[in-house]
Design a binder for this molecule. Structure first.
Ligand SMILES: C[S@@+](CC[C@H](N)C(=O)[O-])C[C@H]1O[C@@H](n2cnc3c(N)ncnc32)[C@H](O)[C@@H]1O
Ligand code: SF4
Length: 429
């Protein structure tokens, strides 16, 4: 049972005409609301989602904003030292925060390019995770660049229990890919997809909708190839331009012309229509799956406010309502570990209102937001906390307000996090 909370009312006057000293307020809420189920639920260990960051890449792609490192001659020694630090961090953090008590639901190896790690290094990290955490049968995702996914590496991932492989394709057109600085070719990418599917893992591929040189024809070609590849999951990212990318420098120097926002919207709309016609179903505003069971649980759990611990340089997560992030420089990260310290650099403890904002703004990425669960968790309906903004978004066709659900419309999907940004602005305003 939930306690019915009144609307916040700063002007409320005392009830009783006559003040009284009787009725000592022992606690809040009153004991009559306390239930055994709540105690049982409290005693249950909270599921844990684990993120592991591998910052190395074959090349720095022209559009990429991630903080990644490409390596020269001493590559093996550098990566070995990083993996040493990573394993030590997992041991130290697990002990310090009693992570063994939390059953691991998902593990996500992101980057960078985790498949750049040697088989030995991958085994060391997996051994450490198994030794230090409570791992039964979690979803295990590994991000891969096609050029790194050779058969022996894929066999090794399979032997380690990897259940999802997420591969950056970006485009199936060789002339577009080569302009990004990547060495992958269409033939290479199709072979890597075949190898990934051969492991029995669920395979996702990423396309990017705003790359230099894209036209309606090249985009349709990539979308067609993506569907024909038969992968379980398809993701379309809008190209984001950040100052640390060479795309940004090209735009500044007027040497690079990218598709316009209108082009990108048209490409995204086209992809959605083609994916749906081919039987793929949207599970968030940028990912489409052949069947709901292929939906990635790691990001879903994070957007629903689950516990996430991030290991590795710049990795971040959220534990017990506090966000946490490690040092963002590899050297500093390793120094902290080698000095016997935790590499944590910053964090933020969310207030109750900020947790509501986070749940709503990130939760709506999943297209259907559960109003009933929100009321159960916070005692307020979404309309109590963000009514005028949601009504305006509904009038403009970005969301639909149903009895138990706030649903994102097709228009909302095309505009990505527009709904989320508006919710944040309203809740912070
Ligand atoms: C860490 S990478 C995936 C694995 C591997 N490093 C690769 O590129 O194949 C994750 C994805 O981020 C996306 N991405 C990178 N830079 C982006 C940008 N500027 N805007 C949107 N998406 C981007 C790409 O689609 C890429 O596949
Ligand atoms: S897109 Fe992937 S391979 Fe390219 S720089 Fe970014 S993380 Fe590395």
């Amino acid at each position: 049972m939930t306690i019915k909370l009144p609307m916040l009312n700063a002007d409320a006057k005392p009830d009783a005409e006559e003040p009284s000293r009787r009725g000592f307020l022992v606690n809040y809420p009153h004991f009559r609301h306390w239930r055994p189920e709540a105690a049982t639920a409290f005693a249950e260990p909270k599921p844990l989602n684990v993120y592991v960051h591998v910052p190395y890449c074959v090349q720095r792609c022209a559009y990429c904003f991630y903080k990644v490192t490409t390596l020269g001659d001493n590559r093996k020694a550098q990566i070995d030292r990083y993996v040493d630090a990573l394993c030590t961090e997992i041991e130290r953090v697990s002990e310090r925060f009693h992570l063994r008590e939390q059953p691991v639901e998902t593990i996500y190896f992101g980057g960078g390019t985790p498949t750049l790690l040697s088989k030995d290094n991958l085994s060391r990290v997996f051994d450490t995770l198994h030794r230090c955490l409570n791992i039964a049968e979690p979803e295990i995702t590994v991000e891969a660049e096609p050029v790194t996914l050779i058969q022996t590496k894929a066999d090794h991932l399979q032997s380690l229990g990897v259940s999802r492989i997420s591969m950056g394709i970006q485009s199936f057109k060789d002339e577009i890919v080569s302009q990004t600085g990547r060495v992958d070719t269409e033939a290479h990418m199709l072979r890597a997809i075949e190898i990934a599917m051969g492991t029995g893992a669920a395979v996702n591929i990423d396309l990017m909708s705003g790359l230099a040189g894209e036209t309606d024809e090249t985009w349709d070609y990539s979308v067609t190839r993506a569907i024909e590849s038969g992968v379980h999951s398809l993701t379309v990212y809008k190209t984001e331009i950040y100052p640390n990318s060479s795309y940004y420098a090209g735009i500044k120097r007027n040497t690079l012309l990218l598709p316009t926002d209108d082009d990108e919207l048209r490409y995204t709309k086209h992809a959605i229509e083609r994916f749906e016609a081919a039987g793929y179903e949207a599970v968030n505003f940028f990912t489409f799956v052949k069947h709901k069971s292929y939906m990635q649980r790691h990001a879903t759990n994070s957007w629903r406010g689950g516990e996430i611990y991030g290991f590795g340089v710049s990795a971040f997560g959220m534990m017990h309502g506090t966000t946490l992030q490690n040092s963002s420089e590899i050297g500093r990260y390793i120094d902290h570990i080698e000095a016997g310290e935790l590499p944590l650099a910053r964090g933020y403890q969310l207030s109750a209102r900020e947790r509501m904002t986070r749940d709503l703004a990130l939760g709506i990425k999943l297209l259907r937001f559960d109003r009933v669960e929100f009321r159960r968790r916070y005692g307020y309906d979404v309309m109590d906390v963000c009514g005028p903004t949601i009504s305006a978004l509904a009038e403009e066709g970005y969301v639909e307000l149903l009895d138990d659900t706030l649903a994102m419309t097709r228009k909302g999907m095309l505009w990505g996090d527009y709904v989320g940004h508006n919710i944040v602005a309203a809740m912070e305003g």
